[in-house]
Write a new protein. Sequence first.
Length: 79
Amino acid sequence: MATKEDLLSDVLRLPQEERAEVAHKLLLSLEEGTEDPEAQAEWSAELERRAREVLDGSVKTVPWDQVEERIRARLGQRR
């Protein structure tokens, strides 16, 4: 069985896209079994509520370019 140093060395030789895939799968493996069913149900309910608000027109969406501009302006004020 390979040591972690051997594995790391092998992975670091992969192309960037493949390294990203390995990293993603490793991160996902850390989250396995940590789901809280109650929290999942609450998030699902929240997502449903927000989707209904968008669909029925009770909230107005904002295009990403406008949101990004606002964020950059706020960050610029903090510097």
